[in-house]
Design a protein. Structure first.
Length: 243
């Protein structure tokens, strides 16, 4: 039986506990990744040889979707770009919120800056891109994102501190139209584990760390020599005490 005191305690506890909220697209991505990780772990523990490096393989974002939405942020000076980029970044959640009612959405979490002289960066202006993977929902044959994109641009471009040189471009992009500088080859699993081992995030396997048998043998030999040295020292100490 719940008393008024219990209810008061429960209310006070809930008031102290933070409530984590996320949009539908974020929740869907989290559930998808949890399910994929659980399936992979189950597969790994039943294998004769466990390759835990597979858990650290990066998500192949730019090889997964057929269609993307590109958001390009541009400004002339470093100071203007810093302010304009920060403001646009704070509004990206509005774009995701607007389009998730029409398509399945997965945004790339970080902005990407093209290298100097890269395709689309020949003018030398400061810019970076946001990439959002999109695909049709089940049962939907045709979809248009013109209206949600229009609303997003109106919201961002109406910023009171915006200067004329601050630009915002949003356009659809097919997978084969992605700029080459984002299609970097993913590191091979052995190189990935090696870099993680160097960073101390994962233990390198024997193939990377060296031959286990030789290293184990060397450790045993060193331990044997230390024991023999300690025994000799103890014997010498005993003889000197007897003398």
């Amino acid at each position: 039986m719940c008393t008024r005191h219990c209810h008061a305690q429960h209310t006070a506890t809930c008031a102290r506990m933070p409530v984590l909220r996320c949009c539908c697209s974020t929740l869907s991505i989290m559930q998808e990744e949890f399910a994929a990780s659980a399936a992979l772990c189950q597969e790994l523990v039943t294998c004769a040889r466990v390759d835990w490096a597979r858990l650290f393989e990066p998500y192949p974002f730019f090889n997964t979707y057929k269609n993307y939405l590109l958001v390009e942020v541009i400004a002339d000076s470093s100071e203007d770009f810093r302010a304009w980029s920060g403001y646009t970044h704070s509004k990206m959640r509005l774009l995701v919120k607007e389009i998730q009612d029409h398509v399945v959405v997965r945004p790339w979490p970080d902005e990407l800056t093209p290298p100097d002289g890269a395709e689309g960066n020949e003018d030398g202006r400061r810019r970076h891109f946001y990439f959002i993977g999109v695909k049709k929902k089940a049962g939907v044959k045709q979809v248009s994102l013109q209206e949600p994109v229009k609303l997003f641009k109106q919201e961002v471009l109406s910023w009171q501190h915006r200067k004329e040189s601050m630009e915002l471009r949003v356009r659809p992009c097919k997978a084969h139209e992605l700029p080459q500088w984002v299609l970097k080859p993913e590191p091979a699993p052995d190189k990935l584990v090696a870099s993680q081992a160097a960073a101390g995030t994962v233990k390198a396997p024997a193939a990377l760390a060296g031959d286990d048998s030789s290293s184990a043998g060397g450790e045993q030999q060193q331990q044997q020599q230390e024991l023999e040295g300690a025994a000799a020292a103890n014997g010498a100490k005993a003889e000197s005490m007897e003398a």
